[in-house]
Ligand binder design. Structure first.
Ligand SMILES: CC(C)(COP(=O)(O)OP(=O)(O)OC[C@H]1O[C@@H](n2cnc3c(N)ncnc32)[C@H](O)[C@@H]1OP(=O)(O)O)[C@@H](O)C(=O)NCCC(=O)NCCS
Length: 168
């Protein structure tokens, strides 16, 4: 596969329409935390690009593919005794799945976490059944630490949470 033109950058106000275009899809939202709106309205997108993405102890970035925002990714820094641990997350519009984009995004997130922040353990919680996401993490050297049975209750369904991690 050729080089993918992928960049992780700050969100811009003019990303709102593409966020709705790519994010308003239950197949995208299905395994994501419920902070991810479903349905995803233009009001949700405008809030996200103006203030939402800056909230909390996190670094949230737009996934820019060939100049267009096709999804989002983020690092969620943990607190107190867990402060050297960081959770990652990512999603992209369904039309972009299966091209190796998320694998490349996770490689970039890892670099960001380990080079710009004092992160020692980077982990991804994945809902059981989200095999594509597990594969993305495995391709980036993450290993299964454990499975929390029925730890997730998302949009009316219980899931086991698979914890994958990598270390600096
Ligand atoms: C999960 C997601 C990010 C994957 O993005 P992607 O760009 O399609 O991923 P990639 O193309 O980089 O890699 C996907 C890998 O999973 C594999 N895969 C895809 N569907 C699969 C399935 N149903 N079962 C097993 N493996 C699968 C692909 O073959 C590929 O592996 P390979 O390179 O060894 O062939 C994307 O589907 C998505 O945005 N889903 C909705 C949001 C989400 O679930 N985010 C993750 C939350 S933890």
């Amino acid at each position: 596969m050729g080089t993918l033109m992928i960049e992780l950058r700050d969100f811009r106000m003019d990303d709102a329409d593409s966020l709705v275009e790519n994010g308003d899809n239950l197949r995208v939202a299905r395994y994501l935390r419920e902070i991810f709106p479903s349905p995803y309205s233009i009001e949700d997108a405008n809030w996200w690009v103006s203030e939402g993405y800056k909230l909390g102890d996190s670094r949230n970035v737009a996934i820019d593919f060939e100049g267009k925002c096709i999804g989002g990714a983020g690092l969620q820094f943990q607190q107190n005794e867990n402060r050297y641990s960081c959770e990652l997350g990512y999603w992209l519009g369904e039309q972009y799945w299966g091209k190796g984009i998320a694998t490349c995004v996770v490689t970039k997130l890892k670099e960001l976490a380990f080079s710009e922040y004092e992160v020692k353990r980077l982990y991804g919680p994945v809902a059981g059944g989200n095999d594509a996401s597990i594969r993305v993490l495995e391709k980036n050297g993450f290993v299964l630490e454990g499975i929390l049975r029925k730890h997730l209750y998302l949009r009316g369904t219980f899931y086991d949470e698979h914890i994958y991690a990598t270390y600096s």
